[in-house]
Design a protein around this ligand. Structure first.
Ligand SMILES: Cc1ncc(COP(=O)(O)O)c(C=O)c1O
Length: 286
């Protein structure tokens, strides 16, 4: 296969290279998926065959990323850029306070979307003074922040959080501030070591894990009670959770390819192995 086509090294930040074995499997099963007599792109998302793909993808992701049971895994669309708007819409409200760390152009876009919604947005720290060449470490939170948003890897500037910040709110209870994490550009490239303070983690899959069109949101269920009554159904995380991400037609072919990539990652030894492999690659390049 691919005998006429020379595959190239793709250094693009995304969409990025997918494993050849995955592409070959897709090609092999394209016209007739597992003797169903049809392609996955033609299949009802409510069919038994597709439901199995959906369930396997959820189970594989939960296992690979060690996602605790208190989180729902949602298959959405609209890319991380839509999450920039949905996170504040669902987790905060006009007049309330949220915090952001500004580590590059994607953080800035996330900040813009929160500001548009009339939230009081604190830029807790920024690395703009040195052209986003570092991850700021020193900051304090005020009382009563609904969440702290970070970008785990800054695609254009190449800086990455090695450990999530865990700031304590300056309220009487001194609780940890819930984190909202944009993991678009290092999703599935390393294990998540600490789920404790995460409220929401999101990523488009097109950088590492499938074709563009599928966005993953992983949300702790306790945050659904922040949703507002006037939020349209399809803009609420709980709608996806209640309907197995099928309130409307999901991006089924992308979910199928995502499952194949998840299986491939598991066969390679999982996310610890992925992280080691990625470290070696980055040493070669940088
Ligand atoms: C860190 C980060 N966040 C968000 C985005 C935007 O993602 P999308 O194109 O899926 O909306 C990108 C895209 O490159 C990104 O690298």
């Amino acid at each position: 296969m691919f005998s006429n086509t020379k595959r190239v090294y793709n250094f693009s930040p995304g969409p990025a290279t997918l494993p050849t074995s995955v592409l070959e499997e897709v090609q092999k099963d394209f016209l007739n998926y597992q003797a169903s007599g049809m392609s996955v792109i033609e299949m009802s998302h409510r069919s038994k065959v597709f439901l199995k793909i959906y369930e396997d993808a959820i189970a594989s992701l939960r296992s690979l990323m060690s996602i605790p049971d208190r989180f729902d895994i949602l298959f959405m669309t609209g890319g991380a850029s839509t999450q920039f708007a949905l996170a504040p819409l669902n987790l905060s409200a006009p007049g309330r306070q949220v915090s952001y760390i500004n580590t590059g152009s994607w953080s800035k876009k996330a900040i813009e979307q929160a500001k548009l919604q009339g939230l009081s947005v604190n830029i807790l720290a920024s690395s703009e003074d040195k052209n986003f060449s570092y991850i700021p470490k020193d900051f304090n939170l005020a009382e009563d922040q609904d969440y702290l948003h970070i970008t785990s890897n800054n695609t254009i500037f190449g800086t990455q959080y090695k450990k999530w910040p865990s700031p304590v709110l300056e309220s009487e209870a001194k609780t940890k501030c819930p984190l909202v994490i944009d993991m678009s550009s290092d999703f599935l490239s390393r294990p998540i070591l600490d789920w404790n303070n995460i409220a929401l983690l999101y990523a488009g899959v097109q950088k590492n894990a499938g074709p563009a069109g599928l966005t993953i949101a992983i949300i702790a269920r306790e945050y659904y009670d922040r949703e507002k009554e006037n939020t349209p159904s399809l803009f609420r995380y709980s709608t996806y959770a209640k309907n197995q991400s099928m309130y409307n037609t999901p991006p089924s072919f992308q979910i199928y390819m995502f499952l194949l990539v998840l299986k491939w990652i598991a066969e390679q030894g999982g996310l610890v192995k992925m992280a080691q492999h990625n470290e070696k690659k980055s040493e070669l390049i940088f």
